[in-house]
Structure formats: structure tokens, C-alpha cells
Design a protein around this ligand. Structure first.
Ligand code: PLP
Length: 380
């Protein structure tokens, strides 16, 4: 139940990538036939990914994952457009974006972090007001990793296009969960990470729309047409291609099944656990994610008790767990401190079963009641 943190590598994906480790291990840049065969596999993966995103294969740059793609997009655009010094983002981005933007602010760039309302949505009028001639890049996530809230990226892309700035979206949590169509919007750059959609860790892509001026983040060899140096992670790339093909083939039916399971889980928890509230826009949400606050108890304590039953969930993003600070996303949404501290994210995948969901439904009320009895904040 923690698939927004990472996912199981699909059997079909593993099967596809193994020959790249055992037999076809050549360097795709080599002149010989052995290396050339690997180059062909990379071309195939590029086409499979382009099909899922509805873009041109030449618009895909392979990277080591979401974090590198986010860094490349933001720093690469600023380096290629030295005349513009302003970055616009939101307060609820993943640290891969937020920390990058704040680092750049420390180096003299001007940074605007848009706030969100109680549903976790930005105000488009505020974005419009902030866009000006100095804006180099707007970076707004497609869907939030903690709440699953989906941003109105088509409307955002229209506003940014009219202004002449570049739009980057971190779509790490959206790809494979909802259909994306880059032919029918004006997103300039998009980040994707393999391990969130049943490919292995350490591979991702940055989509760069044709004509977008961007400087490389990694320099060295000529790989990826000079846009990202370093010998290609061939097994990872082949695996990502297969994972995208599986997503293209099954996205609608799989995600409606996952959504039905998520809805069952969410409804039962909200009904059976007292003082439980849902966080985030109920309508515009990923089909696999639910984020629920249990007032007056610690999210970490819930996680530990769930763990004793072998249930994995999260109290926010995995990258911030281990700290007792409540989630920056929930705080930006104005969720009260007592509720933000007791928030749990359940995130499902196509491998979750109804039996698993029923098991969590059975265990949650007991866990919540037990912790409430221990809570110093609950008097009755
Ligand atoms: N962006 C979002 C929205 C994420 O959820 C994550 C991972 O949790 C990342 C970026 C980072 O991706 P990666 O782990 O591939 O570096």
C-alpha cells in the first residue's frame, strides 16, 4: 500500500531486461554489430515511451530518474536563458523540485512559490499575475505524490504559453496512472521515473518539446545527442520501455480496478475510524492514492502498528519520513497541526488485491482506537 514510494518490477519487465544484462551487454555507442544491437533496443524503448506520452521519440532524453530529470529541466532552462531570472513553482512540489528551486534562489534567482487552497489546488489567477517578462520557467507538478491531487496542467500550460515562459511538469506520479497526451497541450518539459511504474530504480526520462532551448546538466560524451552524457543504462532503458508499453496497453482498465479498490479502502476507513478526514481534492485525484488524517494521533505510530501486520503505508513522502515535521504539503493546504501529524497515505498498484484491502480495513479501526486511548489530547 506504498506504491507512490516505489513499485514492484513487473515480471514482463524483468524478463525483457535480463538479456541486456546477460547477453546484449554491448555499448550502444560502439561501431560493432554487438553494440549496434543494443542501440536498436534503446530505439525501441524510446518508441514505447513516446507512444505512452503521445510525443516524438526524439523528444525523450534518458536520465537516472525523477530527481535528475527535475534538476536538468530547471537548471538546463535557466542556463539556456540567461536573460530571465524568475522561477515560479508551488509550495507542494516534491523536494527534487523544491530544493532545486530554493538552491537557485540562494544563488540570486527570484523564486515564487504559489500557495494552495484546502483542496491542494493552486489559484490560476495568482499564477497569471506572477507571470512576467522575467519568468524563465514555471515548474508545477502534474499530480502530487502525497495526496494524489492532479493540477489543471492544460490550463496552466495555456497561461504559460501566452506569457512566453517555459513550462516543466514533474509527472513522476502521474505517468502510468492517468492518460497523458503531449500532442494536445503545450507542456515543454516533463519528468518521469521508472520505479514508479513497475520498472527498476535508477532510470527515467526528461521529455523536451522540439524547439525548447535547454543546456545539458551532465556533460561528457555525446550520448543522447549531446543532451545527457554518460553510457546509457541499457537494462534500465529497455525495462522502462516495456513498463511504458504495459501501461499503454492496460492503463484504462487497470486504473479503474485500482480506483475501485482505493475507493473501497477509503470509504471503509472514513466510516469506521472516528475523527478521520480525507486530505485533498476528491474529484481531481490519482486513482490509486488516498491521504487520510487521524486527529490527535501520530502518523508514525499508526505506521509502526500497521507494519506489525505486514502492511506498508506512508506518513507523507518517503523522503521526509524519519523527521517529525508534519508534511509540507498538508501544511501548505492549511491542515491543522493535530491532523497533519496523524496523516497516512495509502497508495495502491495493479498488484494489490481485494483481500489485501479487506485486511487493512479490518485492522485500521483497532489501531486507531488503541492509539487514541493513549493520546494525551483525547479526554473523553
Ligand atoms: N517527483 C515526485 C513527484 C516523486 O514522487 C519522486 C519520488 O518519490 C521524485 C520526483 C523523485 O524521483 P526519483 O526517485 O526517480 O529520483
Amino acid at each position: 500500500m506504498d506504491n507512490n514510494a516505489t513499485t514492484k518490477v513487473a515480471d514482463e519487465v524483468l524478463e525483457e531486461m535480463l538479456p541486456s544484462l546477460k547477453d546484449f551487454y554491448g555499448n550502444p555507442s560502439s561501431m560493432h554489430t554487438f553494440g549496434g544491437k543494443v542501440g536498436k533496443k534503446i530505439r525501441q524503448a524510446r518508441e514505447q515511451i513516446a507512444e505512452l506520452l503521445s510525443c516524438d521519440p526524439a523528444e525523450i532524453i534518458f536520465t537516472s530518474g525523477g530527481t535528475e530529470s527535475d534538476n536538468t529541466a530547471i537548471k538546463g532552462i535557466l542556463a539556456a536563458n540567461p536573460g530571465k531570472r524568475k522561477i515560479i513553482t508551488t509550495r507542494v512540489e516534491h523536494p527534487a523540485v523544491l530544493a532545486t528551486c530554493r538552491e537557485l534562489e540562494g544563488r540570486g534567482y527570484s523564486l515564487v512559490e504559489l500557495g494552495v487552497n484546502a483542496d491542494g489546488q493552486i489559484d490560476l489567477a495568482e499564477l497569471k499575475e506572477e507571470l512576467d517578462d522575467n519568468t524563465a520557467i514555471v515548474t508545477i507538478m502534474y499530480a502530487n505524490n502525497e495526496t494524489g491531487v492532479i493540477f489543471p496542467i492544460d490550463k496552466i500550460s495555456e497561461l504559460v504559453k501566452n506569457n512566453g515562459a517555459v513550462l516543466h511538469t514533474d509527472a513522476v506520479q502521474a505517468v502510468g496512472k492517468i492518460p497523458l497526451d503531449l500532442k494536445n497541450n503545450s507542456i515543454d518539459l516533463l519528468s518521469l521515473s521508472g520505479h514508479k511504474l513497475h520498472a527498476p530504480k535508477g532510470v527515467g526520462i526528461l521529455y523536451v518539446r522540439k524547439g525548447t532551448r535547454i543546456s545539458p546538466f551532465m556533460v561528457g560524451g555525446h550520448q543522447e545527442a549531446g543532451r545527457r552524457a554518460g553510457t546509457e543504462n541499457t537494462p534500465g532503458i529497455v525495462a522502462l520501455g516495456k513498463a511504458c508499453q504495459l501501461a499503454s496497453d492496460n492503463i484504462i482498465e487497470e486504473n479503474s480496478r485500482v480506483k475501485a479498490l482505493r475507493d473501497k479502502l477509503e470509504k471503509a476507513i472514513l466510516k469506521n475510524c472516528p475523527s478521520a478526514t480525507l486530505n485533498g481534492d476528491k474529484k481531481n485525484r490519482l486513482p490509486n492514492t488516498t491521504n487520510i488524517s487521524f486527529e490527535y494521533i501520530e502518523g508514525e505510530a499508526i505506521l509502526l502498528l500497521l507494519d506489525q501486520f505486514g502492511i506498508c503505508a506512508s506518513s507523507g513522502s518517503a523522503c521526509t519520513s524519519g523527521s517529525l515535521e508534519p508534511s509540507h504539503v498538508l501544511r501548505a493546504m492549511g491542515v491543522p497541526f493535530t491532523a497533519a501529524h496523524g496523516s497516512i497515505r495509502f497508495s495502491l498498484s495493479r498488484y494489490n488485491t481485494e483481500d489485501e484491502v479487506d485486511f487493512v480495513i479490518e485492522k485500521m479501526p483497532g489501531i486507531v482506537n488503541r492509539l487514541r486511548q493513549l493520546s494525551p489530547f483525547v479526554t473523553e
